[in-house]
Design a protein around this ligand. Structure first.
Ligand SMILES: [Ca+2]
Ligand SMILES: [Ca+2]
Ligand SMILES: [Ca+2]
Length: 848
């Protein structure tokens, strides 16, 4: 018994197939000085005026004043000149002696989902006396670019202190203006206020009088104005101990503004041996009893002017040393004359400040003073998270601003002193990046400490009802120095508002060549993403001249969750590798899939240009907005020296289907026999249909795509066992046709083919030898541009359609055949996508 059935299997091959749709050719570029680090951060932004790209330039104003700034760059308007927002000038914290030079404004830049944006200058500082603290600052900018408020976490300068200056005003002091100048400068070194230092002044000669009460001035400028015109007390005698004792007893009285329990300090300035030195021991003992810390300043002017003997000078100095508190070397000063008093202002001021810093309840001198708050920032559903890497001696912390109040975790909040060695957290830089995740159990916060125990770690935590940190999970880095945790990004792939993935960058991860290739860890599925491995030129490598170190891509320096680029309903991810290709940089795009990411990147965007004007492309990425109004999210990528806006191309779906008439044939029966030329055999018709639909909604513009298709019968065999019927009687196995298809329509083509006579006599065993008939089709005007063509899939994609046999017996074998074809042709494709670039005339491209 011969079972003679022909099975026809068609494969549809696409020759012009793309996996990506970010147009690398027609980007909109903004440029700025590379040395200002223009492009270090980028954010897409929209307000009532239109659409913008915001670009951070943290070293703007260099070299002298590296205040940094943020630029607004218009999109879709006549010019694309970027305008500086002048944020540093208008970012201010009241009652601080601010230091805005080097504040690096714009090195953190985050748009607020509710409008406006947050820009931070983590190197912003302030002065307490001569001490320079780096607290960092963030400023809230409205959607109309107005500064709403600025905030930082700072320690009040100094603790509360009551300081009384006991001033010798006897006639021998000359010129008095030197004294007032000294007072003026010295007061300028103090932080004066009702909650800080209060200053009282007592002057004496033969008698004593209160010039300034402690509570009299609550700010430094007013007190300075007052001392400018302070009169000389005058008098022929120098009753130093009367002055000191009056100050002790009266100036430090609550009635004159002294605050109970507050540190008491006395600064005594005199130019001569006292006339009441016999009271020294009694008066100083009383001062000790009252816990008054004393600074003695001996002015030798009068001794010089009157040529007094060395022993007299020494006797005077001895007296003032005896007035001063221990240790004497910290509390005693002598100056050659009145004019030289100003020279000790710095030293005196800093010693008094040191007193402030160590007094009170503080156990550690450095808490938030160097915190660099705003090193990173993130807007979560429940408030603003600010990374503060410098807090607690660079162990770091995360400050949170919520509507219910500020959360400033204590120095041990992120660590477990029982489980962790103290040295592991030293200079861990916790707060290097911050993120949040929405889970069914509420909001989780995530922060990285890239130097924790050298390998870095990520802490996932929540806040309890008392706003205490409760750590729920810790992720550990695996390689020393990889900077694991320095870049964090959560992703909601399927848009159900629950976070699906956490991506953790380790941009300095060493590849096999000991170069900093970088790596990105994907949590939930825990696998890693890596850049294209590439060689680079180092001092060690022979035979190359451009020693461009550090080497390696630093993949993961920027990680951005971007809104669905290819319109498949899943959000996507872009990852920067700014050191790739000799520091030119590149960006990789990964497509989201269900609740995860496809492991293989779908697009690699290398930096354009010569690598001179713009370097480190991929340093910053943001892609959450459609900036040209075609309904598809566009992606902004910053390097240093410039940033570019890449338009995403439209995505079209192309469905192809094929049916046969008849759908089943039995070659032993002759019901479908036909005659053509001089030949008689079985004939069948195939109906090939395409439907085409542009995915983004823009119903006013109907687009068309020009298509070409070729059907090849029995394509895997040298000779075909079937041929098309044509008028000229050529027995052709192949037919090619062009057609145009309009958006939202279906086009069908019918072809008839005839099986060769030999097919009828094939034994059943040879069925496995049957090979595919293919339909190959493409977009006819496939002018994809040079960038796109490079990324063509080498592998053909196919869908299979077969003519069924009418008998059940060979079902198994048929299945095998079909499966095989699906594998060779990749798993596809009843569903294909064409890429259509509407912004660029009518050139359509296929995308799978
Ligand atoms: Ca989700
Ligand atoms: Ca997608
Ligand atoms: Ca767009």
């Amino acid at each position: 018994m011969r079972n003679l059935y022909c099975t026809f299997i068609f494969a549809v091959l696409l020759t012009c197939v793309f996996s990506f749709n970010v147009d690398q050719k027609n980007s909109l570029s903004f440029s700025g000085p590379l040395e200002d680090m223009f492009g270090y951060t980028v954010q897409q932004f929209e307000n009532s005026e239109g659409k913008w790209v915001l670009i951070g330039s943290p070293l703007s104003g260099q070299p002298s004043k590296r205040t940094g700034d943020v630029y607004k760059c218009p999109v879709g308007r006549d010019n694309n000149n970027c305008i500086k927002l002048e944020l540093p000038k208008n970012t201010t914290i009241p009652n601080l002696r601010e230091v805005k030079e080097n504040m690096t404004m714009g090195s953190t830049l985050v748009t607020n989902p509710k409008g406006g944006f947050l820009a931070c200058g983590p190197q912003y500082g302030y002065k307490c006396g001569p001490q320079h603290f780096i607290s960092g600052v963030c400023t809230n900018v409205s959607s109309s670019f107005q500064i709403l408020n600025s905030f930082t976490k700072y320690q009040e300068c100094g603790k509360e202190m009551d300081l009384v200056i006991v001033l010798d005003g006897s006639n021998s002091i000359y010129p008095w203006s030197s004294i007032t100048e000294f007072l003026n400068k010295f007061i300028g070194r103090l932080e004066i206020g009702p909650k800080q230092t209060q200053v009282g002044i007592v002057s004496y000669g033969e008698t004593v009088s209160h010039q300034v009460n402690l509570s009299q001035f609550d700010n430094m400028p007013a007190l300075r104005d007052f001392v400018q015109v302070l009169p000389q007390h005058t008098g022929t005698k120098t009753m130093t101990f009367l002055g000191i004792d009056t100050a002790r007893e009266e100036a430090f009285m609550p009635e004159r503004g002294a605050r109970p329990g507050v540190k008491k300090v006395m600064v005594i300035v005199t130019d001569g041996e006292s006339h009441d030195y016999y009271n020294l021991q009694k008066v100083i003992k009383a001062c000790e009893h009252d816990d008054i810390e004393r600074f003695g300043i001996a002015v030798l002017g009068d001794y010089g002017r009157q040529n007094k003997s060395l022993s007299e000078v020494q006797k005077f100095i001895k007296e003032i040393q005896n007035i001063s508190s221990e240790p004497i070397q910290d509390h005693f000063f002598n100056v050659s004359d009145e004019a030289a008093l100003v020279n000790i202002v710095d030293t005196l001021g800093s010693r008094i400040l040191a007193l402030e810093a160590t007094s009170g309840n503080s156990t550690s001198p450095i808490q938030m003073e160097m915190s660099q708050t705003g090193f990173s920032a993130h807007t979560s559903n429940e408030g603003v998270l600010l990374g503060a890497v410098g807090a607690y001696e660079w162990n770091g912390t995360v400050v949170m601003y919520t509507p219910g109040g500020d959360v400033v975790p204590g120095k041990d909040a992120f660590f477990d002193p029982l489980k962790e060695a103290r040295n592991e957290r030293l200079a861990a830089y916790l707060g290097y990046d911050v993120q949040s995740a929405s889970t069914s159990e509420g909001e989780l916060y995530i922060t990285g400490a890239p130097r924790y125990n050298h390998t870095g770690r990520v802490v996932i935590y929540r806040l309890d009802e008392n706003n205490r940190i409760v750590i729920s999970q810790i992720l550990k880095g695996e390689q020393i120095g990889s900077y694991f945790g320095s870049v964090l990004q959560t992703v909601d792939v399927d848009n159900d508002s629950l976070t699906d993935l956490l991506l953790v960058g380790a941009p300095m991860y060493m590849g096999p060549e000991k170069d900093e290739q970088g790596r990105v860890y994907v949590y939930r599925l825990k696998y890693t993403l890596k850049p294209i491995n590439q060689s680079c030129c180092t001092l060690q490598s022979a035979g190359c001249t451009n020693k461009n170190e550090p080497c390696g891509a630093r993949f993961g320096t920027a990680i951005a969750a971007v809104t669905d680029l290819n319109l498949d309903g899943y959000n996507d991810v872009a990852i920067g590798a700014p050191f790739e290709n000799d520091h030119r940089g590149a960006v990789y795009i990964y497509h989201g899939d269900q609740k995860s990411l496809k492991k293989k990147f779908v697009q690699h965007i290398p930096a354009g240009g010569d690598g001179e004007k713009v370097k480190f492309f991929g340093q910053s990425i943001h892609g959450v907005m459609d900036l040209n109004g075609d309904g598809i999210t566009d992606i902004t990528i910053g390097g240093l020296g410039g940033a570019s806006l890449f338009w995403s191309r439209d995505v079209a779906e192309l469905h192809a289907s094929m049916t046969f008439n008849p759908s089943k044939v039995n070659l032993q029966q002759i019901e479908h026999q036909c005659e053509h030329g001089n030949r008689k055999s079985i004939c069948a018709k195939t109906n090939l249909c395409f439907t085409y639909r542009v995915k983004s909604n823009q119903p006013t513009v109907k687009t068309t795509a020009n298509m070409t298709y070729t059907i090849t019968l029995d394509s895997l065999r040298a000779t075909s066992r079937a041929s098309f019927i044509s008028k000229d009687l050529k027995n052709d196995r192949r037919t090619t046709q062009k057609f145009t298809i309009m958006d939202g329509t279906k086009e069908c083509m019918e072809k008839t083919f005839m099986m060769s006579a030999s097919c009828v006599f094939l034994p059943v065993q040879s069925l496995t030898l049957f090979s595919a008939q293919s339909v190959q089709f493409s977009v006819a005007d496939c002018k994809c541009g040079t960038f796109m063509l490079k990324a063509l899939h080498q592998r053909p994609l196919s869908f299979n359609q077969h003519l069924e046999r009418s008998q059940e017996g060979l079902h198994h074998r048929q299945r095998l055949n079909v499966t095989h074809l699906f594998q060779t042709g990749s798993a596809c494709v009843h569903h294909m996508k064409a890429l259509h670039n509407r912004t660029n005339t009518n050139k359509s491209q296929l995308l799978w």
